[in-house]
Ligand binder design. Structure first.
Ligand SMILES: Cc1cc2nc3c(=O)[nH]c(=O)nc-3n(C[C@H](O)[C@H](O)[C@H](O)COP(=O)(O)OP(=O)(O)OC[C@H]3O[C@@H](n4cnc5c(N)ncnc54)[C@H](O)[C@@H]3O)c2cc1C
Length: 248
């Protein structure tokens, strides 16, 4: 479910076909597929959007959304990143794909996006694989804000059950080193405590520790914890439309 409405025409997009060009394992249960359109064209999308993959499950075909983890500017294959889910048959099929296999999908879809620097200071919150849409959003926000005289600050709080599931760590470290307006913190907490920790940190930083209610927020994660974070920030006086979220 996404927190923002999908474009009305979303469901009418034509089916596309991509070939698996490369596989990268971040961890034993977390993988990226790099996909090239079989048409040879480049997939155009806005940072934060997802594709809907057609997954054959028994007699039926189900579609499952996967966020695009790479940048629209990247030439070559685009990336999706996913993790195993207990009892998850759809993602089980995704793990069976091999280099050279083809995948049917439609999209890109979704309004949980950023196409330019946020107008005000922005907070990003993600857990584990849900950094996937946030990664290109952050990079777009930082690239376009670097042209401004006083770029808005951008802070990421990124949680995972262990260090191995903090994805793209080297890249995030490099961004924090080179972009003066970007900072980030990681949180390691047991899976069942992740949203407690994220809520405490969001509360300390943006509810108690900050009086300016013009901040923008982008939250992505799995389950009801995302809604808890959304409600915490909206309840603290941030505008409804300033708290963007995507719940998997
Ligand atoms: C807009 C959108 C974008 C998404 N992008 C991604 C992505 O980039 N990478 C990705 O791994 N998943 C993503 N998902 C989730 C993905 O579509 C599937 O739901 C997930 O892979 C499990 O599918 P399944 O068919 O195996 O199990 P399902 O039967 O569909 O799901 C089983 C349960 O797992 C939960 N779940 C969903 N995703 C995860 C997860 N990553 N980790 C743990 N539990 C989960 C669901 O809430 C559900 O309760 C996205 C979902 C949405 C709505």
């Amino acid at each position: 479910m996404t927190g923002d409405r999908l474009p009305a025409a979303a469901g009418m997009r034509a089916a596309l076909n991509a070939r698996v060009a490369k596989i990268f394992d971040h961890a034993s249960d977390t993988r990226s597929l790099f996909l090239s359109l079989t048409s040879g064209k480049h997939l155009r999308f806005i940072p934060g959007q997802f594709i809907s993959i057609a997954i054959p499950l028994g007699d039926e075909t189900r579609s499952r959304p996967y966020s695009i983890a790479s940048d629209p500017e990247d030439r070559g294959p685009f990336e999706i990143c996913f993790n195993r889910v207990e009892g998850g048959r759809g993602v089980g099929w995704m793990f069976e794909r091999r280099v050279g296999d083809t995948i049917d999908f439609s999209g890109p879809f979704g309004a949980f996006t950023i196409d330019r620097a946020p107008a005000a200071e922005a907070g990003f919150i993600a857990e584990a694989t849900a950094i996937a849409p946030i990664r290109p959003m952050l990079k777009r926000a930082l690239a376009s804000s670097s042209r401004e005289a006083a770029p808005p600050k951008i802070h990421l709080i990124y949680a995972a059950p262990d260090r191995e599931h903090i994805l793209y760590a080297a890249e995030l470290g490099e961004l924090a080193r080179t972009a003066p307006n970007f900072s980030y913190q990681t949180v390691i907490a047991p899976a069942e405590k992740i949203y407690d920790r994220l809520s405490e940190l969001a509360q300390a930083r943006w509810v108690i520790g900050d009086a300016d209610r013009t901040r923008q927020f982008y939250i992505c994660g799995v389950g009801k914890g995302v809604i808890r974070l959304r409600d915490l920030l909206r309840g603290a006086g941030y505008e409804r439309r300033a708290v963007h979220y995507e719940q998997w």
